[in-house]
Design a protein around this ligand. Sequence first.
Ligand code: ADP
Length: 486
Amino acid sequence: MLELSNPSLLRSQLFINGEWVDADSGATMAVLDPATKERLIDIPNAGAGETRRAIEAADQAFNSWKNVTAKERSAVLKRWFQLIMDNQEDLARLMTAEQGKPLGESRGEVGYGAAFVEWFAEEGRRVYGDTIAANNPNQRIVTLKQPVGVVAAITPWNFPIAMITRKVAPALAAGCTIVLKPATETPLCALALSWLGEQAGIPPGVFSVVAGNKAREIGGEMTSSPIVRKLTFTGSTEIGKVLMEQCAGTVKKTSMELGGNAPFIVFDDADLDEAVTGLIASKFRNAGQTCVCANRILVQESVYEAFADKFITAVSALKVGNGAEEGTTIGPLINDAAFEKVSAIVRQATSNGAKVLIGGQGSNSETGNFYEPTVLSDVDDSMDVYREEIFGPVAPLFKFKTEEEAIRIGNDTPYGLSAYFYARDIGRIWRVSEGLDYGIVGINEGIISTEVAPFGGVKESGIGREGSKYGIDDYLEIKYLCMGGV
Ligand code: ADP
């Protein structure tokens, strides 16, 4: 059983309109530890009815929350930030238990997730309108920025805290109210966050959490409700497209942070040791289960052998195991389906001629879905490793000859979230940065996530930006006031 120094953080109820409640039907759902497949706790399994009530409560609460001063909203968010940080260790343990990532990464994510709350506590006070010179001397024109209204959020399991705070914090800072459906696999961090929010003084109905495994039912209620004015989603491109279609019926604003197929390009003028360090961080963080993980590693022909040798040496030092154990650098994949998908991608590559340089095995035993860190060579663009988001600890190494070819291959995907490259020539750095069709480019850097910078994709990787000074815009409408008769 999971022991926390603050046992109140382990919630076993839904949080709707400021109350801790069970599902209407009494139904429950088990939350599992992916490293052991043991049941951590049962939580209520919500559906359409609970979702509707949370949305109606958010609608009611919006009437008052939008009129709370930005300064007061900021104060509530700052208290929430502090409480998250005060409980960092417990939240990290909760995260590793339900999600699997190594404890050190979980601690890092709690800090990263909290940073969005702090950031938007600050940004919420810096929302400005304009005065605009009118064409008519009897008129005055100004713009206001107002909260969009009730927001629905659907989040994934790979970052059980940060994907929530980067949506909830700007929404609350802007004066919106929000109903969250966390991922089926990781509801415990979401419920703990909402409990801390309650302690911080977030009023009833302003932030509700509807958890369970009936994603389609909860999502259907959120997207069809005329009350909900905006849907913010992080998850697969496949589900993002479905939700966009569903939102069309009521013309909701949408923010979509979807899948990626990141190229990681190593040029012949790169510092190879730095490139290896960056690639290990980008590829194997969270066992390869992030939407910004390096997916296709492109290495210039003349440095290919040297880079591959150094990379394999670094990969052989990684340690697979239960994330709660000291020294683990790669935890389990989230569930059986994830394990099966990664295994199938590797099988498809090797049966078409790819060579396994290291790893290539999993152990889908009773005790979890562990997959060895794997490096593949002799891969090509017909394989799934090239086309699909791998979402596992598998690194395929491709060879290229010229800078133009690297940019062409890099862009040869419908995705456009993050790309990385290592080079030293300043002209090349500009050319490649401008040539890559991605929302985020890491240059001599494998970790690009920070609350101060805009995170988001182009093409089929999404719509909108999260974090940074731009992140609050997604939760604001611009109203234009035209005053005549002056
Ligand atoms: P992943 O492959 O990372 O699980 P998904 O896009 O399947 O990505 O899931 C992301 C989030 O979307 C999760 O909270 C999941 O429960 C939810 N989800 C999945 N299918 C639907 C759906 N049809 N409607 C609404 N939400 C959904």
